[in-house]
Design a protein around this ligand. Structure first.
Ligand code: GDP
Ligand code: MG
Length: 443
């Protein structure tokens, strides 16, 4: 796997400093291979590797992670960013039924997905209507009806199963039907061909023009690998779409198509389909896809654990200082702790999404990262002697520090007070043998 290979690459790298140019090149080679193996398109691989190299150049070698882990972390973060950061949600129409149209090659998984999406919407209290606009394949309408039955969602089709008709007319009529029967979402299943072809594209475009969908979703089989990008581009030009659905992720495809499509078309992957069962469906999770593309297994978890262990070590050092084993707790230590709180703060968004984070959620919402920047500015305006022994910070020193940091004297007073409070609290904890938490956390 990538992590094994990177560990080999970095066998000889020890200690601090920056990653060397040779290390970065060796790393880039491994990442390149991993991405190509995951079926990411070559131009996308090139851009991506260049971006990772650029970032690796600027980074200090971390104390918490070994270089291989550190590079993987950069790669993972970049991947998640490109794959879309947070998941994009389905957009609902402000008035009238929301129309979702599916487009893609034959066999991509559209008809299956139509029913999965309908079930997912139903579970959220929506009342969907499935619409059979694939009148090309003899069994297409019936297949949708079978799937609709499975999920308990009605299917709109003019003359069920006869295999002929006008898909544009059906699509138009279905929206009227939805209004009459008070369905709030209409899911239009369309026909595909085995390859991209002009007639199919113009039919899909005609359906699109007739119903003006709120969302056109391009459905693509993750197993088609490198071809996914050409197909995605053809559908973007021929029909246009707002989002992408990746199917057959239960197979062994690594999912590089997600990265290629996102990077080249700019359209977000919104949903992932992963099996024959109607419940094998979920919103797309960029972080999971990143791990899958890199084939990293539990590496990210290990990295998080290593970082956490390192932070704990730092906290332990601070506690030892308080109990007299390592000198006194100073403003420098205080600043270091604040910076750790800040690191946590930048995870606020992620933490907020966690289920059951109720109580800390409120704290996090009030959390202001700029407050830590202000604290940092003040401490940095102090002399080493002042930081080491804050007791000497008298009135005139406070005025000087305020001026130097662009804050007011009362800001400086507030910080010094807070520091002494935190120190008192930490001493109590150290005596009690407990681990210090996050003293002085603002908000
Ligand atoms: P369409 O031609 O785009 O409508 O594709 P279908 O929905 O008919 O799917 C084509 C085939 O792929 C069918 O045999 C489906 O059962 C199968 N299929 C669809 N989605 C998935 C999936 O996520 N995983 C797997 N393993 N099979 C799927
Ligand atoms: Mg179909």
């Amino acid at each position: 796997t990538l992590s094994d290979r990177l560990a080999d690459t970095f066998k000889n790298l020890r200690g601090k400093g920056r990653l060397s140019e040779a290390d970065i090149d060796a790393t880039a080679r491994e990442i390149r291979i991993a991405l190509l193996e995951a079926d990411v398109a070559l131009p996308v691989v090139k851009d991506f590797v260049a971006a990772v190299k650029e970032r690796a150049r600027g980074e200090e070698v971390s104390q918490a992670l070994n270089p291989a882990q550190q590079v993987i972390k950069i790669v993972d973060e970049e991947l998640v960013t490109i794959l879309g950061g947070e998941t994009r949600r389905l957009r609902y129409a402000k008035t009238g039924p929301t129309v979702v149209m599916l487009a893609g090659l034959q066999g991509a998984g559209k008809t299956t997905l139509a029913a999965k999406l309908a079930l997912w919407l139903k579970d959220q209290g929506k009342s969907p209507l499935l619409v059979a606009c694939d009148l090309q394949r003899p069994n297409a309408v019936q297949q949708l009806q079978v799937n609709g039955d499975k999920v308990g969602v009605p299917v709109f089709a003019p003359e069920a199963g006869n295999g002929v008709g006008d898909p544009v007319g059906v699509a138009k009529a279905s929206v009227e039907e939805a209004k009459r029967k008070l369905h709030d979402v209409v899911i239009v299943d369309t026909a595909g061909r085995l390859g991209v072809d002009a007639e199919m594209m113009s039919q899909a475009a005609a359906i699109r023009d007739a119903v003006q969908p709120d969302e056109v979703l391009f459905v693509v089989d993750a197993m088609i690998g490198q071809d996914a990008l050409t197909t995605a581009q053809a559908f973007l030009d021929g029909v246009g779409y707002d989002g992408v659905v990746l199917t057959k992720l239960d197979g062994d495809a690594r999912g590089g198509a997600a990265l290629s499509i996102r990077q080249v078309t700019g359209k977000p992957v919104m949903f992932a389909s992963s099996g024959e069962k109607m419940t094998d469906f979920d919103v797309f999770h960029p972080d999971r896809m990143a791990s899958r593309i890199l084939d990293m297994g539990d590496v990210m978890t290990l990295i998080e654990q290593a970082e956490k262990a390192f932070d704990q070590e730092q906290a332990l050092k601070a506690a030892q200082k308080l109990s007299g084993q390592g000198g006194e707790f100073t403003l420098d230590d205080f600043l270091e702790q604040m910076q750790q709180v800040k690191k946590l703060g930048s995870m606020t968004k992620i933490l907020k999404m966690l289920p059951g984070a109720g109580q800390i959620r409120e704290q996090l919402e009030n959390f202001d990262e700029r407050e830590i920047d202000r604290i940092e500015a003040i401490i940095r305006s102090m002399t080493p002697a002042e930081r080491h022994n804050p007791k000497i910070i008298d009135g005139s020193r406070r005025a000087r520090i305020a001026k130097g940091s662009g804050r007011t004297v009362s800001d400086v007073n507030g910080l010094v007070d807070r520091f002494f409070e935190a120190r008192k609290m930490m001493m109590q904890m150290a005596k009690g043998g407990g681990m210090p938490g996050m003293p002085g956390m603002p908000g």
